[in-house]
Ligand binder design. Structure first.
Ligand code: FMN
Length: 308
C-alpha cells in the first residue's frame, strides 16, 4: 500500500512536520509506504485557459494532456505518484485565508491529467486533509484544500478525516503543540485503518469531526437566489429555527443531486455543453465584439525580467 502526501508549505516547516508525524502513525499501524511531494519546489506551470485538454477529452481523446508538455512541468511526475497511491493526504498552510497559490495552480492542472479523474471516480482512493495557520485568520484554508483532496480521491465520501490548526506561526513551532501532534497522529491512524478496511473489501467511513454538511462535513453555507447551499457539494439545505438555534438539514432528495453524484455531474456537463452551444451560435457577434474590445485597450506592457 502506498500513501502520497502533498505539501505546499516551507521546507521542513509546520505542514511537513505534521505530514511526517502522520506518516509515522500510518507506517506503524499498517506498514504502508509513505512519501510526500513539496509543491513549493515543483515547476507547476499555470493553466493558460486554452481548454485544449477539455475539448480533446470531450471528444474522447484521453491521450491529450496539456499544451505544457511532460518534461516542462512536474505535474505529470506527481500525477504518476497519485495514480500509484492508495491514499492521498493534502496539506496546506494558510496564505491570505486560503491555501497557497501553488496548490490552487496544481488543482487547475487536473484537467491535464488525461483519464485520472475518470479512473478515480470509478475506483476511489482514500483521502485526508489537514491545514494550519499562524493565527485564526484561516477561514477558507481547510475547505479549499479539502476540495482538492475530494478531486484527487474521486469522491467526497472517500475523505476519511480532515482537521485544521490555528496559531502556529513560527517555522517548526508545531513541535511545541502536543495536542496538535496527537490529532495528526490520529489522522494518520484513521488513514491506516481506512486502508486496511478497504483492503478487506469494506467501505471506510468518515472519522473526522462532523461539519454542517453530512456529505463533505464542511461548515460553510452559501446564500444563493433560491436558498442556502453547502458550497462544496452544491446540496440545497433546509434551515429551521428551533429553540433559539438555527438548524441546518439536507433532504435525501437534495443530497442525491449533489455536485459529486452522477446526476449532479450530468447537470454540470450539460451546462458546459449549453454554454458552448450558445457561444457557437453567436460566434460572429463574439468575434466582432472581441475585436472592438481588443482595439479599445490592451493590458499594461510588462517590463523584461532579469533571470535570477
Ligand atoms: C504569504 C503568507 C500569507 C499568510 N497568510 C496567513 C493567513 O492569512 N492567516 C494565517 O493564519 N496565517 C498566515 N500565514 C502564516 C502561515 O500560515 C504560517 O506561518 C504557517 O505556520 C506556515 O506553515 P509552514 O511552516 O508549513 O510553511 C501566512 C504566511 C505567508 C508566508
Amino acid at each position: 500500500m502506498k500513501v502520497l502526501g502533498i505539501c505546499c508549505g516551507r521546507k521542513n516547516g509546520n505542514t511537513e512536520i505534521l505530514m511526517k508525524e502522520a506518516f509515522k502513525a500510518i507506517e506503524a499501524k499498517c506498514g504502508a509506504e509513505c512519501n510526500f511531494v513539496r509543491l513549493q519546489e515543483a515547476e507547476i506551470r499555470s493553466c493558460v485557459g486554452c481548454e485544449s485538454c477539455m475539448i480533446n477529452h470531450l471528444k474522447g481523446n484521453w491521450d491529450f494532456r496539456c499544451v505544457h508538455k511532460n518534461g516542462s512541468d512536474h505535474f505529470y511526475f506527481i500525477e504518476q505518484l497519485m495514480r500509484e497511491a492508495d491514499a492521498i493526504i493534502v496539506s496546506a498552510p494558510a496564505y491570505n485565508l486560503l491555501p497557497p497559490g501553488i496548490l490552487i495552480r496544481f488543482m487547475n492542472k487536473l484537467h491535464a491529467s488525461g483519464n485520472y479523474r475518470d479512473v478515480v471516480h470509478k475506483e476511489h482512493k482514500i483521502g485526508a486533509t489537514f491545514t494550519l495557520g499562524g493565527t485564526d485568520w484561516t477561514n477558507y484554508t481547510l475547505t479549499a484544500a479539502n476540495m482538492l483532496t475530494m478531486e484527487l480521491v474521486g469522491a467526497y465520501d472517500a475523505v476519511v478525516d480532515k482537521c485544521h490548526f490555528d496559531f502556529v506561526p513560527g517555522v517548526g513551532a508545531i513541535v511545541l503543540e502536543e495536542d496538535m501532534l496527537a490529532r495528526i497522529r490520529k489522522l494518520g491512524e484513521n488513514v491506516a485503518d481506512a486502508l486496511m478496511e478497504k483492503a478487506n473489501g469494506q467501505t471506510p467511513a468518515y472519522r473526522g469531526e462532523a461539519g454542517l454538511c453530512p456529505d463533505c462535513h464542511s461548515s460553510f453555507l452559501e446564500k444563493r437566489a433560491d436558498g442556502w447551499y453547502c458550497p462544496q457539494c452544491l446540496t440545497k439545505a433546509t434551515l429551521t429555527w428551533a429553540n433559539g438555534e438555527l438548524e441546518v438539514s439536507f433532504t435525501p432528495e437534495e443530497q442525491a443531486k449533489n455536485r459529486w453524484s452522477p446526476a449532479g455531474q450530468e447537470v454540470h456537463d450539460n451546462n458546459i455543453r449549453k454554454g458552448h452551444m450558445k457561444a457557437a451560435g453567436g460566434k460572429d457577434i463574439i468575434a466582432a465584439k472581441r475585436k472592438e474590445y481588443a482595439e479599445y485597450k490592451d493590458a499594461v506592457a510588462l517590463p523584461e525580467l532579469v533571470k535570477e
